[in-house]
Design a protein around this ligand. Structure first.
Ligand SMILES: Nc1ncnc2c1ncn2[C@@H]1O[C@H](COP(=O)(O)OP(=O)(O)O)[C@@H](O)[C@H]1O
Ligand SMILES: [Mg+2]
Length: 225
């Protein structure tokens, strides 16, 4: 369960204060696939950064499994990001000089998993997202955009996270590949009972998630389809 209460994040530049996230409250139960839509600049990425503890709210609380991440100290936050959260970005963010398999294994290394287990789980995850053995040994530059995003989804799943946060995961893909990547996320949310929160511009994608929220100038409401 993810519970966000009265979260604000403002940025000051000179005399101007931007309330990027403005008193946002919502709950997402375990295993639910939620989407957030909103125009550019409406606060989507800021909100996802707060949920992933990449940034801290100016006020409010963000509870994951009953623990408030807004109150955690740095050490606990590093472990939270590593163990509980998987990130998927629009631009994949894979390490270019590592192979697909090495990219997926890296977070498991940080989590302290043994070498044999890492290799086994890494290969299993990559097979699950549809990569061949040959593709697993390629560096990101030798894979298509859709394949790279599959690798980044496998990497996000590496440490069996509670929550996957995806920022425009299909934004750089053609519509057919985007749909495949989206369906993959959907299947995984069900089979792994992982909560997924995805930010998207694409209403046809948002329409297929369990529920949709809309951000307008930092204010969040449930979007009625
Ligand atoms: N680090 C920052 N410093 C100052 N302003 C920021 C920062 N990050 C985001 N903002 C501002 O907050 C608002 C929301 O940005 P963002 O969350 O990136 O929107 P979106 O992802 O919906 O396009 C924008 O007005 C943006 O300029
Ligand atoms: Mg953004």
């Amino acid at each position: 369960m993810l519970e966000v209460k009265n979260v604000k994040r403002s940025f000051k530049s000179g005399d101007v204060t931007v309330n990027a996230v403005d008193d946002v409250s919502f709950k997402v139960p375990e295993g639910q696939f939620a989407s957030i839509i909103g125009k550019s600049g409406s606060g989507k990425s800021t909100l996802l950064s707060l949920l992933g503890a990449l940034d801290k709210p100016s006020s409010g609380s963000i509870e994951v499994d009953g623990k408030d991440i807004a109150k955690m100290h740095d050490h606990a936050l590093i472990s939270y990001r590593c163990q509980k959260i998987g990130f998927v970005f629009q631009s994949y963010n894979l390490v270019p000089n590592l192979t697909a398999l090495e990219n997926v294994i890296l977070p498991m290394e940080f989590a302290g998993l043994g070498k044999k287990e890492r290799l086994e789980r890494g290969k299993k995850l990559l097979a699950q997202v549809g990569l061949t053995e040959d593709q697993m040994d390629r560096k990101p530059g030798k894979l298509s955009g859709g394949q790279q995003q599959r690798v980044s989804i496998a990497r996000a799943l590496a440490n069996k996270p509670k929550v996957i946060l995806a920022d425009e995961p299909t934004g750089n893909l053609d519509s057919q590949t985007g749909k495949m990547v989206f369906d993959l996320l959907h299947d995984l949310a069900r089979s792994e009972n992982t909560t997924i929160i995805t930010v998207t511009h694409d209403l046809s994608i948002a329409g297929k998630t369990d529920r949709t929220f809309q951000l307008i100038d930092g204010k969040l409401t449930e979007y009625k389809k």
